[in-house]
Unconditional design. Structure first.
Length: 397
């Protein structure tokens, strides 16, 4: 028996437990024959950080997937990702993924260079600049981490493939598609033009709260696998308490995965999920980020509104980064990744590192929040930021 989405228990990252669970998942989700093929394994490497933080795919998870692949005698196994501002191999070393790759007999690729790839079924993007290594590979084995996401609400299999865009090309996409609705359509366009993708989702320890870079690890004890990223995301989001119907890019991805490129209503009821059902694992108190509610997140255009109304709406409705000098280590990661060039690093009156933001150019992509290694950025309304600033000023007087 095979399922569209395989959902099963795997309580921790012990190698023997992972091997058993992943072999079962491969069989139940119809893992393809890879003998003689070139495989690209794509973990989530948001930045180089210890695996316990649950920001990245756990190295033991990658190691177990490589053991599974090696048994099936592929011609070559490549492993790679392209974090926004760090060199991939440097970030992979810090996250334990480089050692897991080498120990597993695979080759790490940095994905610095790219090539154009046509996306004929894309709605907003008809051509992507993607990692050159894709030209050689027959199958992508996608290893996303299950996390909340400030801009997209939820991140998993579909969003993890965005890392195939080399380096700061990802920032360019944020600039081009500043609202979540268009950005989500672009993500689905991207997944429509790739070689076949098989996903094993590392959800054993997921991230709740302020994901994808600064949330809290949360043990779930389950993993998922599928031949298709979109149905897997649908089920995974449901497992942590989201209603995927309220996350537009998941609806778009799921609909297109079932119908080609047609905007036809499809029913998730028809999906086969097993051996466990969502109700067997669903976590009711997972700390979720709210569904997109602001005008900018929903993609409403205020372009025709009078300027004062636009300014007021932006001030009141749109959550923005808030920088905390007491935690900032002055690494410049946020400044370097910012697609809108809205940030500058300086010093505050006490000589501490302080990042200043130009709200008039910030596009609220939250990339700065994702990459901050010191949890020195939170997301909130500008009015809240002003309130915080005045409270801090009072405290230092
Ligand atoms: S300041 Fe942060 S949220 Fe604003 S555009 Fe730059 S990276 Fe995006
Ligand atoms: S706010 Fe974070 S990312 Fe930006 S300079 Fe400070 S520590 Fe680095």
């Amino acid at each position: 028996m095979q399922f569209d989405v395989c959902l099963l228990r795997c309580e921790d990252y012990k190698p023997e437990m992972l091997d058993k669970a992943l072999e079962e998942a491969a069989e139940l989700a119809g893992f393809p024959d890879v003998e003689g093929k070139t495989i690209l394994v794509k973990p989530n490497l948001l930045r180089g950080v210890a695996p316990e933080k649950a920001v990245t795919t756990h190295p033991e998870f990658l190691a177990a997937v490589l053991r599974l692949l090696n048994k099936r005698r592929p011609a070559r196994v490549l492993v790679g990702d392209s974090p926004g501002w760090q060199k991939g191999s440097a970030a992979a070393r810090s996250a334990g993924l480089l050692a897991a790759t080498q120990d597993g007999g695979a080759q790490w690729v940095d994905m610095d260079s790219g090539a154009m790839r046509a996306a004929p079924r894309g709605r907003l993007v008809k051509e992507f600049y993607l990692a050159s290594v894709l030209q050689e590979c027959d199958l992508i084995v996608n290893l996303p981490k299950l996390k909340t996401h400030q801009l997209m609400t939820y991140t998993g299999a579909t969003k993890n493939l965005f890392g195939l865009i080399p380096g700061l090309g990802k920032s360019g996409m944020h600039l081009r598609f500043p609202n979540a609705a268009d950005f989500g359509t672009m993500l689905v366009d991207l997944s429509s033009c790739l070689p076949p993708v098989f996903t094993f989702m590392d959800s054993i320890v997921a991230m709740e709260g302020e994901g994808p870079g600064n949330g809290t690890p949360r043990h779930t004890g389950f993993l998922l696998a599928s031949r298709n990223p979109a149905p897997l995301d649908w089920v995974a989001a449901n497992c942590i308490g989201y209603d995927p119907q309220k996350i537009p890019y998941l609806v778009d991805a799921f609909t297109r995965s079932q119908t080609g490129n047609e905007a036809t209503q499809v029913s998730a009821e028809a999906l086969s999920v097993g051996p466990l059902q969502v109700s067997d694992v669903r976590i009711e108190d997972f700390k979720l980020l709210p569904y997109a509610t602001t005008a900018a997140q929903k993609g409403f255009s205020l372009n025709r509104a009078p300027a004062p109304l636009k300014r007021l709406a932006n001030t009141l409705l749109v959550s923005r980064p808030i920088f905390h000098a007491e935690k900032c280590i002055g690494c410049s990661a946020c400044v370097n990744i910012c697609p809108a060039k809205a940030l500058a690093l300086g010093k505050d009156s006490q000589g501490r590192h302080k990042v200043r933001i130009d709200d008039s150019v910030c596009i609220t992509c939250y990339c700065c929040h994702e990459v901050c290694p010191a949890s020195a950025i939170s997301i909130g309304r500008v009015l809240h930021r002003r309130h915080e600033d005045s409270r801090k000023a009072e405290r230092t007087q």
